[in-house]
Write a new protein. Structure first.
Length: 346
């Protein structure tokens, strides 16, 4: 019997999701898109409803020794809103399920909800329900978000065409470097509690890790400029992994240029300080919650002067070509691996 055991690590997170998906078929005509995109798409007349869920677990996704509860509340909403943004939709409602231990005081839970409230206000979403349970193993926050979009404006992971321009917002790798800084300061504190953490120099990076924003601003600006992306995804697992998803869903390859990948100078300098390669941090560091999308080349003029949109490459006709052109003009394959939860990373 035990001969049949397959380790989860053999399958990986994406393999497991594909396996689950293969066992279920869609039976309702209102289910337009099920498992596989940033959000499911449900028919609701002229518009569609978008549904997505994300769970944050203590010890896996956050460490309360450096994550203030207010920020955690904000982040847990922002990461959900980000998936609605990635569909070019408008977030409208959230439901929140919480598992809490009696280690938390009422004031601590108040702080968590202050952050949630701030995010609800910022993204204009209503908290409409949830569930509350006790926990014996740390704090768990699971949020489901509902959004809406006119059907013809929904942007999926698939849909890119050969030579479409690959665009990325903001900058990448900062949230990952913020995490490295926080982890280092935690270790310093554990060995010498008298030492005060020195975070001022890393304020931007730490902020990107603790309090990310969903890029709804970009969604509105693209709409104002009448620019509809051909495919889109949010960057939660790292650029390389998200490029892989866009390529797979569009049945194309990707070609990106190292010198075009946006990396903030503090990310760059801190990566060097940590003896890490900045481009590796940008490619594989997760949790930036920026948007990665493709546009038809004829739309380039509409957004070419946008200060926060970067053009990093183009879609390639060969689905097996996932390459990075380095600053030295050499072509290296991009490894598709995101964070693999089953190998102990998050
Ligand atoms: P994202 O990073 O955008 O949150 P994920 O990588 O978590 O997306 O999930 C990819 C797709 O797989 C989504 O459509 C999600 O709804 C679906 N999915 C993830 N886990 C499960 C699960 N346990 N059961 C069913 N669908 C899942
Ligand atoms: Mg996503």
């Amino acid at each position: 019997m035990s001969d049949n055991r397959t380790e989860l690590s053999q399958l990986g997170e994406f393999g497991l999701i594909d396996r689950i998906k293969s066992k279920f078929s869609i039976t309702n005509g209102t289910t337009l898109v099920g498992i596989g995109d940033d959000a499911a798409i449900i028919d609701a007349g002229e518009q569609a409803v978008l549904v997505s869920t994300d769970m944050l677990l203590e010890g896996i996704h956050f460490d309360l020794s450096y994550m203030p509860l207010q920020h955690l509340g904000y982040k847990s909403v922002a990461v959900n809103v980000s998936d609605i943004a990635a569909m070019n939709g408008k977030p409208e409602q959230i439901v929140i399920s919480l598992a809490i231990s009696n280690r938390f005081s009422v004031e601590a839970i108040d702080a968590l909800f202050e952050g949630i409230q701030m995010a609800c206000k910022n993204y204009k979403v209503d908290l409409v329900g949830g569930d509350t349970s006790s926990s014996t193993s740390g704090l768990i926050i699971s949020i489901t978000v509902l959004g809406r979009a006119p059907k013809e404006q929904i942007v999926k992971r698939g849909g890119a065409k050969t030579n479409d321009i690959i665009c990325v917002t903001g900058d990448l790798g900062a949230a990952y470097m913020g995490l490295q800084v926080l982890e280092r300061e935690k270790q310093v504190f554990l060995t010498n509690p008298e030492m005060q953490p020195d975070l001022e120099k890393y304020e931007y990076l730490v902020g990107r890790q603790l309090r990310p924003e969903a890029r709804m601003d970009i969604i509105h600006e693209l709409r104002d400029r009448n620019c509809l992306p051909t495919s889109m995804i949010d960057i939660s697992d790292g650029l390389a992994s998200e490029l892989f998803h866009l390529g797979k869903h569009s049945n194309l390859g990707v070609k990106i240029f190292e010198d075009k990948v946006p990396i903030d100078h503090s990310t760059y300098e801190t990566a060097i300080e940590f003896k890490l390669d900045p481009i590796t941090c940008a490619l594989h560091g997760g949790e930036d919650y920026e948007l990665l999308f493709t546009i038809h080349p004829s739309d380039y003029d509409k957004i070419k002067n946008h200060p926060d949109i970067h053009f990093i490459g183009h879609m390639h006709k060969d689905p097996d070509q996932h390459v990075l052109i380095t600053k030295q003009q050499t072509e290296v394959p991009i490894q598709a691996q995101g964070w693999n939860h089953f190998k102990g990373q998050s």
